[in-house]
Design a protein around this ligand. Structure first.
Ligand SMILES: *Cc1c(COP(=O)(O)O)cnc(C)c1O
Length: 397
Protein backbone atom coordinates (compact mmCIF):
# COMPACT_ATOMS: atom_id res chain seq x y z
CA UNK A 1 0.00 0.00 0.00
CA UNK A 2 1.21 3.48 -0.82
CA UNK A 3 1.38 5.98 2.02
CA UNK A 4 -0.55 8.64 0.11
CA UNK A 5 -3.29 10.28 2.13
CA UNK A 6 -5.51 12.91 0.56
CA UNK A 7 -5.18 16.46 1.91
CA UNK A 8 -8.95 16.93 1.60
CA UNK A 9 -11.86 14.62 0.88
CA UNK A 10 -12.03 13.18 -2.64
CA UNK A 11 -15.63 13.56 -3.73
CA UNK A 12 -17.44 11.61 -6.43
CA UNK A 13 -17.47 14.63 -8.73
CA UNK A 14 -16.33 18.23 -8.81
CA UNK A 15 -15.68 21.18 -11.12
CA UNK A 16 -12.41 22.37 -12.63
CA UNK A 17 -11.90 26.15 -12.62
CA UNK A 18 -8.97 27.70 -14.50
CA UNK A 19 -7.44 31.18 -14.62
CA UNK A 20 -9.15 31.63 -18.00
CA UNK A 21 -12.53 30.92 -16.36
CA UNK A 22 -11.87 33.50 -13.66
CA UNK A 23 -10.72 36.08 -16.22
CA UNK A 24 -13.85 35.51 -18.33
CA UNK A 25 -16.20 36.00 -15.36
CA UNK A 26 -14.23 39.05 -14.17
CA UNK A 27 -14.46 40.61 -17.63
CA UNK A 28 -18.26 40.32 -17.52
CA UNK A 29 -18.34 41.95 -14.07
CA UNK A 30 -16.48 44.91 -15.58
CA UNK A 31 -18.75 45.08 -18.64
CA UNK A 32 -22.12 46.75 -19.26
CA UNK A 33 -24.30 43.65 -18.87
CA UNK A 34 -24.45 41.25 -15.96
CA UNK A 35 -27.52 39.59 -17.46
CA UNK A 36 -29.39 39.76 -20.79
CA UNK A 37 -26.15 40.82 -22.49
CA UNK A 38 -24.18 39.12 -25.27
CA UNK A 39 -22.83 36.10 -23.36
CA UNK A 40 -25.92 33.84 -23.14
CA UNK A 41 -26.53 33.89 -26.94
CA UNK A 42 -22.82 33.35 -27.53
CA UNK A 43 -22.89 30.35 -25.17
CA UNK A 44 -26.05 29.03 -26.87
CA UNK A 45 -24.42 29.11 -30.32
CA UNK A 46 -21.27 27.37 -29.06
CA UNK A 47 -23.23 24.79 -27.08
CA UNK A 48 -25.54 23.94 -30.00
CA UNK A 49 -22.49 23.48 -32.20
CA UNK A 50 -20.81 21.19 -29.66
CA UNK A 51 -23.91 19.08 -29.12
CA UNK A 52 -24.81 19.05 -32.80
CA UNK A 53 -28.34 20.46 -32.43
CA UNK A 54 -29.89 23.27 -34.48
CA UNK A 55 -30.92 25.25 -31.40
CA UNK A 56 -29.93 25.67 -27.77
CA UNK A 57 -31.55 27.82 -25.06
CA UNK A 58 -29.55 28.32 -21.90
CA UNK A 59 -31.56 28.50 -18.69
CA UNK A 60 -31.21 28.87 -14.91
CA UNK A 61 -30.70 25.15 -14.16
CA UNK A 62 -31.49 21.65 -15.40
CA UNK A 63 -34.78 21.43 -13.52
CA UNK A 64 -35.92 24.69 -15.15
CA UNK A 65 -34.93 23.23 -18.53
CA UNK A 66 -37.12 20.20 -17.83
CA UNK A 67 -40.02 22.40 -16.67
CA UNK A 68 -39.88 24.54 -19.83
CA UNK A 69 -39.79 21.42 -22.01
CA UNK A 70 -42.80 19.92 -20.24
CA UNK A 71 -44.62 23.22 -20.87
CA UNK A 72 -43.53 23.33 -24.52
CA UNK A 73 -44.82 19.75 -24.89
CA UNK A 74 -48.17 20.82 -23.37
CA UNK A 75 -48.16 18.34 -20.49
CA UNK A 76 -51.57 18.65 -18.78
CA UNK A 77 -53.45 17.02 -15.89
CA UNK A 78 -54.46 13.53 -16.94
CA UNK A 79 -51.44 13.09 -19.24
CA UNK A 80 -49.20 10.12 -18.47
CA UNK A 81 -45.45 10.41 -18.98
CA UNK A 82 -43.04 7.50 -18.67
CA UNK A 83 -39.63 7.71 -17.03
CA UNK A 84 -37.02 5.73 -15.14
CA UNK A 85 -36.79 5.43 -11.34
CA UNK A 86 -32.97 5.55 -11.54
CA UNK A 87 -32.46 9.25 -12.12
CA UNK A 88 -32.39 12.51 -10.24
CA UNK A 89 -35.90 13.43 -9.07
CA UNK A 90 -36.05 16.41 -11.47
CA UNK A 91 -36.56 14.10 -14.50
CA UNK A 92 -39.94 13.11 -13.05
CA UNK A 93 -40.82 16.36 -11.30
CA UNK A 94 -41.18 18.33 -14.54
CA UNK A 95 -44.27 16.26 -15.34
CA UNK A 96 -45.76 17.09 -11.95
CA UNK A 97 -45.05 20.86 -12.40
CA UNK A 98 -47.57 20.68 -15.25
CA UNK A 99 -50.01 18.44 -13.38
CA UNK A 100 -49.24 15.30 -15.41
CA UNK A 101 -48.92 11.79 -14.03
CA UNK A 102 -45.49 10.13 -13.78
CA UNK A 103 -45.45 6.48 -14.78
CA UNK A 104 -42.24 4.76 -13.73
CA UNK A 105 -40.99 1.73 -15.61
CA UNK A 106 -38.09 -0.49 -14.59
CA UNK A 107 -34.46 -0.34 -15.74
CA UNK A 108 -32.36 -2.81 -17.69
CA UNK A 109 -30.14 -4.51 -15.13
CA UNK A 110 -26.92 -4.26 -17.13
CA UNK A 111 -27.13 -0.77 -18.67
CA UNK A 112 -29.19 0.76 -15.80
CA UNK A 113 -31.20 2.61 -18.47
CA UNK A 114 -34.99 2.69 -18.77
CA UNK A 115 -35.82 -0.71 -20.35
CA UNK A 116 -37.50 -0.12 -23.70
CA UNK A 117 -38.87 -3.67 -23.80
CA UNK A 118 -40.69 -3.18 -20.50
CA UNK A 119 -42.11 0.14 -21.70
CA UNK A 120 -43.34 -1.51 -24.91
CA UNK A 121 -44.93 -4.35 -22.90
CA UNK A 122 -46.64 -1.83 -20.61
CA UNK A 123 -48.06 0.12 -23.56
CA UNK A 124 -49.16 -3.03 -25.36
CA UNK A 125 -51.02 -4.39 -22.36
CA UNK A 126 -52.80 -1.06 -21.83
CA UNK A 127 -56.28 -1.24 -23.44
CA UNK A 128 -56.35 0.84 -26.65
CA UNK A 129 -58.94 3.21 -25.16
CA UNK A 130 -56.54 4.13 -22.34
CA UNK A 131 -53.37 4.29 -24.41
CA UNK A 132 -53.96 7.83 -25.59
CA UNK A 133 -53.36 9.08 -22.03
CA UNK A 134 -49.67 8.25 -22.61
CA UNK A 135 -48.18 11.39 -24.14
CA UNK A 136 -44.44 11.07 -23.80
CA UNK A 137 -41.32 9.54 -22.37
CA UNK A 138 -38.33 11.03 -20.53
CA UNK A 139 -35.39 8.65 -21.12
CA UNK A 140 -32.26 9.48 -19.13
CA UNK A 141 -28.70 8.97 -20.41
CA UNK A 142 -27.83 7.62 -16.98
CA UNK A 143 -24.24 8.02 -15.75
CA UNK A 144 -23.28 9.18 -19.26
CA UNK A 145 -24.35 6.12 -21.24
CA UNK A 146 -26.75 7.38 -23.92
CA UNK A 147 -29.99 5.55 -24.56
CA UNK A 148 -30.53 3.94 -27.99
CA UNK A 149 -32.55 6.90 -29.23
CA UNK A 150 -33.20 5.28 -32.62
CA UNK A 151 -35.09 2.49 -30.85
CA UNK A 152 -36.94 4.99 -28.65
CA UNK A 153 -37.90 7.07 -31.71
CA UNK A 154 -39.38 4.00 -33.33
CA UNK A 155 -41.41 3.14 -30.23
CA UNK A 156 -42.49 6.76 -29.74
CA UNK A 157 -43.71 7.03 -33.34
CA UNK A 158 -45.60 3.77 -33.05
CA UNK A 159 -47.45 4.93 -29.91
CA UNK A 160 -47.68 8.65 -30.68
CA UNK A 161 -45.37 9.77 -27.89
CA UNK A 162 -42.96 12.67 -27.70
CA UNK A 163 -39.42 12.17 -26.37
CA UNK A 164 -37.74 14.50 -23.88
CA UNK A 165 -34.16 13.28 -23.41
CA UNK A 166 -32.59 14.01 -20.04
CA UNK A 167 -28.98 14.26 -21.24
CA UNK A 168 -27.61 15.90 -18.08
CA UNK A 169 -25.04 13.13 -17.68
CA UNK A 170 -24.08 12.81 -21.30
CA UNK A 171 -22.74 15.85 -23.16
CA UNK A 172 -20.30 14.36 -25.68
CA UNK A 173 -21.72 10.82 -25.46
CA UNK A 174 -22.93 9.12 -28.64
CA UNK A 175 -24.21 5.91 -30.18
CA UNK A 176 -24.12 4.55 -33.71
CA UNK A 177 -27.43 3.42 -35.22
CA UNK A 178 -28.05 0.42 -37.51
CA UNK A 179 -27.33 2.56 -40.59
CA UNK A 180 -23.92 3.46 -39.15
CA UNK A 181 -24.92 7.04 -38.32
CA UNK A 182 -23.48 8.44 -35.10
CA UNK A 183 -25.92 10.40 -32.91
CA UNK A 184 -24.64 12.58 -30.10
CA UNK A 185 -26.72 12.80 -26.92
CA UNK A 186 -29.14 15.72 -27.21
CA UNK A 187 -28.29 16.44 -30.86
CA UNK A 188 -31.95 16.83 -31.84
CA UNK A 189 -31.78 14.19 -34.58
CA UNK A 190 -34.17 11.77 -32.85
CA UNK A 191 -35.55 13.13 -29.55
CA UNK A 192 -37.96 16.08 -29.71
CA UNK A 193 -36.17 17.99 -26.97
CA UNK A 194 -33.16 17.37 -24.73
CA UNK A 195 -31.91 19.02 -21.59
CA UNK A 196 -28.56 19.51 -19.86
CA UNK A 197 -27.41 20.79 -16.47
CA UNK A 198 -24.38 22.92 -15.68
CA UNK A 199 -24.29 22.08 -11.97
CA UNK A 200 -20.65 21.84 -10.77
CA UNK A 201 -20.66 18.03 -10.63
CA UNK A 202 -21.67 17.85 -14.30
CA UNK A 203 -19.29 18.10 -17.30
CA UNK A 204 -19.67 21.86 -17.76
CA UNK A 205 -20.02 24.03 -14.65
CA UNK A 206 -21.72 27.43 -14.41
CA UNK A 207 -22.63 27.02 -10.69
CA UNK A 208 -26.33 26.77 -11.52
CA UNK A 209 -27.29 26.49 -15.16
CA UNK A 210 -28.85 24.36 -17.83
CA UNK A 211 -29.77 24.15 -21.50
CA UNK A 212 -32.51 22.89 -23.78
CA UNK A 213 -31.53 21.61 -27.23
CA UNK A 214 -33.81 20.77 -30.16
CA UNK A 215 -33.99 20.84 -33.95
CA UNK A 216 -37.62 21.96 -33.86
CA UNK A 217 -38.05 25.75 -34.26
CA UNK A 218 -41.51 25.68 -32.63
CA UNK A 219 -40.19 24.09 -29.44
CA UNK A 220 -37.17 26.38 -29.44
CA UNK A 221 -39.31 29.53 -29.69
CA UNK A 222 -41.71 28.34 -27.02
CA UNK A 223 -38.91 27.46 -24.57
CA UNK A 224 -37.10 30.75 -25.21
CA UNK A 225 -40.26 32.80 -24.63
CA UNK A 226 -41.35 30.88 -21.52
CA UNK A 227 -37.84 31.31 -20.12
CA UNK A 228 -38.37 35.05 -19.95
CA UNK A 229 -41.87 35.49 -18.48
CA UNK A 230 -43.72 34.41 -21.63
CA UNK A 231 -42.96 37.87 -23.04
CA UNK A 232 -42.39 38.53 -26.73
CA UNK A 233 -41.26 41.52 -28.79
CA UNK A 234 -41.51 39.67 -32.09
CA UNK A 235 -43.40 42.02 -34.49
CA UNK A 236 -44.76 38.97 -36.30
CA UNK A 237 -46.84 37.89 -33.29
CA UNK A 238 -47.65 41.16 -31.46
CA UNK A 239 -51.39 41.87 -31.30
CA UNK A 240 -50.78 45.62 -31.06
CA UNK A 241 -47.74 47.89 -31.23
CA UNK A 242 -47.50 51.04 -29.10
CA UNK A 243 -43.87 51.92 -29.90
CA UNK A 244 -40.28 50.93 -29.28
CA UNK A 245 -40.88 49.95 -25.63
CA UNK A 246 -43.74 47.64 -26.43
CA UNK A 247 -43.92 43.94 -25.57
CA UNK A 248 -46.70 41.48 -24.96
CA UNK A 249 -47.11 38.57 -22.60
CA UNK A 250 -49.00 35.80 -24.36
CA UNK A 251 -48.74 33.07 -21.75
CA UNK A 252 -47.61 32.57 -18.18
CA UNK A 253 -43.85 32.12 -18.21
CA UNK A 254 -41.01 32.32 -15.71
CA UNK A 255 -37.69 34.04 -15.18
CA UNK A 256 -35.41 31.10 -15.86
CA UNK A 257 -32.55 33.04 -17.46
CA UNK A 258 -28.84 32.32 -17.19
CA UNK A 259 -26.70 35.37 -16.31
CA UNK A 260 -23.82 36.72 -18.40
CA UNK A 261 -21.30 35.74 -15.69
CA UNK A 262 -22.53 32.16 -15.86
CA UNK A 263 -22.63 32.09 -19.66
CA UNK A 264 -19.06 33.46 -19.85
CA UNK A 265 -17.94 30.70 -17.50
CA UNK A 266 -19.86 28.16 -19.58
CA UNK A 267 -18.12 29.26 -22.79
CA UNK A 268 -14.70 28.71 -21.21
CA UNK A 269 -15.74 25.37 -19.73
CA UNK A 270 -17.14 24.26 -23.08
CA UNK A 271 -13.76 24.96 -24.72
CA UNK A 272 -12.30 22.26 -22.46
CA UNK A 273 -15.19 19.80 -22.70
CA UNK A 274 -13.48 17.36 -25.09
CA UNK A 275 -10.31 17.39 -22.99
CA UNK A 276 -12.39 16.64 -19.87
CA UNK A 277 -14.19 13.80 -21.64
CA UNK A 278 -10.87 12.24 -22.65
CA UNK A 279 -9.68 12.35 -19.06
CA UNK A 280 -12.95 10.85 -17.79
CA UNK A 281 -12.58 7.97 -20.27
CA UNK A 282 -8.98 7.36 -19.18
CA UNK A 283 -10.06 7.25 -15.52
CA UNK A 284 -12.80 4.76 -16.45
CA UNK A 285 -10.30 2.50 -18.28
CA UNK A 286 -8.07 2.42 -15.19
CA UNK A 287 -10.97 1.53 -12.86
CA UNK A 288 -12.13 -1.21 -15.26
CA UNK A 289 -8.66 -2.72 -15.41
CA UNK A 290 -8.18 -2.51 -11.63
CA UNK A 291 -11.55 -4.10 -10.77
CA UNK A 292 -11.51 -6.90 -13.36
CA UNK A 293 -11.82 -10.24 -11.57
CA UNK A 294 -12.60 -8.64 -8.17
CA UNK A 295 -15.87 -8.49 -6.19
CA UNK A 296 -16.37 -4.99 -7.66
CA UNK A 297 -18.73 -5.29 -10.63
CA UNK A 298 -18.33 -2.91 -13.55
CA UNK A 299 -20.89 -3.35 -16.33
CA UNK A 300 -19.50 -3.25 -19.87
CA UNK A 301 -20.41 -0.43 -22.24
CA UNK A 302 -22.55 -1.88 -25.07
CA UNK A 303 -20.92 -2.02 -28.50
CA UNK A 304 -21.41 1.12 -30.59
CA UNK A 305 -21.97 3.37 -27.54
CA UNK A 306 -19.60 6.11 -26.37
CA UNK A 307 -19.99 6.75 -22.65
CA UNK A 308 -19.46 10.26 -21.24
CA UNK A 309 -18.79 9.10 -17.64
CA UNK A 310 -20.54 11.71 -15.59
CA UNK A 311 -20.50 8.91 -12.99
CA UNK A 312 -18.42 5.80 -12.55
CA UNK A 313 -20.85 3.30 -11.05
CA UNK A 314 -19.83 -0.03 -9.56
CA UNK A 315 -21.98 -2.69 -7.92
CA UNK A 316 -20.86 -4.33 -4.71
CA UNK A 317 -22.18 -6.45 -1.87
CA UNK A 318 -22.02 -4.66 1.52
CA UNK A 319 -22.42 -1.32 -0.20
CA UNK A 320 -23.31 0.50 3.03
CA UNK A 321 -20.20 -0.82 4.79
CA UNK A 322 -17.99 0.08 1.83
CA UNK A 323 -19.50 3.58 1.70
CA UNK A 324 -18.70 4.12 5.40
CA UNK A 325 -15.25 2.52 5.04
CA UNK A 326 -14.34 4.89 2.19
CA UNK A 327 -15.85 7.88 3.96
CA UNK A 328 -13.58 7.23 6.97
CA UNK A 329 -10.67 7.30 4.51
CA UNK A 330 -11.67 10.65 3.01
CA UNK A 331 -13.23 9.15 -0.11
CA UNK A 332 -16.71 10.57 -0.54
CA UNK A 333 -18.34 8.06 -2.86
CA UNK A 334 -22.05 8.57 -3.52
CA UNK A 335 -25.19 6.63 -4.37
CA UNK A 336 -27.01 7.43 -7.63
CA UNK A 337 -29.88 7.21 -7.15
CA UNK A 338 -32.43 6.44 -4.48
CA UNK A 339 -35.19 5.10 -6.77
CA UNK A 340 -37.49 8.04 -7.43
CA UNK A 341 -40.69 5.97 -7.11
CA UNK A 342 -39.71 5.27 -3.47
CA UNK A 343 -39.47 8.95 -2.54
CA UNK A 344 -42.26 9.79 -0.07
CA UNK A 345 -43.64 12.35 -2.54
CA UNK A 346 -44.14 9.68 -5.22
CA UNK A 347 -45.30 7.01 -2.77
CA UNK A 348 -48.40 9.12 -2.17
CA UNK A 349 -49.44 8.19 -5.74
CA UNK A 350 -49.29 4.50 -4.83
CA UNK A 351 -45.73 3.61 -5.87
CA UNK A 352 -44.14 1.17 -3.45
CA UNK A 353 -41.20 -1.13 -2.84
CA UNK A 354 -41.45 -4.14 -5.15
CA UNK A 355 -42.81 -2.15 -8.11
CA UNK A 356 -39.40 -1.83 -9.80
CA UNK A 357 -37.39 -4.96 -8.86
CA UNK A 358 -34.34 -4.22 -11.05
CA UNK A 359 -34.08 -0.59 -9.95
CA UNK A 360 -34.44 -1.61 -6.31
CA UNK A 361 -31.85 -4.40 -6.57
CA UNK A 362 -29.49 -1.97 -8.30
CA UNK A 363 -30.03 0.58 -5.53
CA UNK A 364 -28.95 -1.96 -2.91
CA UNK A 365 -25.58 -2.48 -4.62
CA UNK A 366 -24.58 0.69 -6.49
CA UNK A 367 -21.83 3.11 -5.59
CA UNK A 368 -20.40 6.01 -7.62
CA UNK A 369 -16.62 6.29 -7.26
CA UNK A 370 -14.71 9.54 -7.78
CA UNK A 371 -14.87 10.57 -11.45
CA UNK A 372 -13.89 14.03 -12.64
CA UNK A 373 -11.13 15.38 -14.91
CA UNK A 374 -9.08 16.92 -12.08
CA UNK A 375 -8.84 13.59 -10.19
CA UNK A 376 -5.09 12.84 -10.18
CA UNK A 377 -3.57 9.44 -10.95
CA UNK A 378 -2.30 9.32 -7.38
CA UNK A 379 -5.79 9.99 -6.00
CA UNK A 380 -7.34 7.37 -8.25
CA UNK A 381 -4.77 4.75 -7.21
CA UNK A 382 -5.56 5.58 -3.59
CA UNK A 383 -9.29 5.07 -4.26
CA UNK A 384 -8.63 1.74 -6.00
CA UNK A 385 -6.35 0.58 -3.20
CA UNK A 386 -8.88 1.42 -0.52
CA UNK A 387 -11.80 -0.21 -2.35
CA UNK A 388 -9.85 -3.42 -2.92
CA UNK A 389 -8.48 -3.45 0.62
CA UNK A 390 -12.09 -3.41 1.88
CA UNK A 391 -12.62 -6.67 0.02
CA UNK A 392 -9.25 -7.89 1.26
CA UNK A 393 -7.91 -8.19 -2.27
CA UNK A 394 -4.35 -7.51 -3.31
CA UNK A 395 -3.96 -4.57 -5.69
CA UNK A 396 -2.96 -5.75 -9.15
CA UNK A 397 -0.60 -3.65 -11.25
C1 LIG B 1 -28.39 17.28 -12.37
C2 LIG B 1 -29.56 16.63 -12.99
C3 LIG B 1 -30.77 17.30 -13.21
C4 LIG B 1 -31.10 18.66 -12.68
O1 LIG B 1 -30.19 19.62 -12.91
P1 LIG B 1 -30.10 20.91 -11.95
O2 LIG B 1 -29.25 21.81 -12.78
O3 LIG B 1 -29.45 20.48 -10.67
O4 LIG B 1 -31.48 21.44 -11.76
C5 LIG B 1 -31.77 16.63 -13.89
N1 LIG B 1 -31.62 15.38 -14.31
C6 LIG B 1 -30.48 14.68 -14.08
C7 LIG B 1 -30.38 13.28 -14.57
C8 LIG B 1 -29.43 15.29 -13.40
O5 LIG B 1 -28.32 14.60 -13.15
Amino acid sequence: MSNFTPAKPISYGRQTITEADIAAVTAVLQSDYLTQGPKPPEFEAAFAQYIGSRYASVVANGAAALHLCAMALDVKPGDKVLTTPITFTASANCVRYCGGEVVFSDIDETTYLLDIHKVRALLEKTPKSERSAYKGVVPVDFAGLPVDMAAWRELADEFGLWILEDACHAPGASFTDKQGIEHRAGDGSLADLAIFSFHPVKHIATAEGGAVTTNNPKYHDRVSTLRTHGITRDPAVLEENHGGWYYEMHELGYNYRLTDMQAALGIEQLNRAEEGLKRRRAIARRYEEAFAGTPVTVRPVPLGFRHAYHLFVVEVAKRRELYDFLRARKIYAQVHYIPVHLQPYYRQFGWKRGDMPFAEAYYDRCLSLPMYPALTDEEQEYVIEQVLSFFDKPVLP
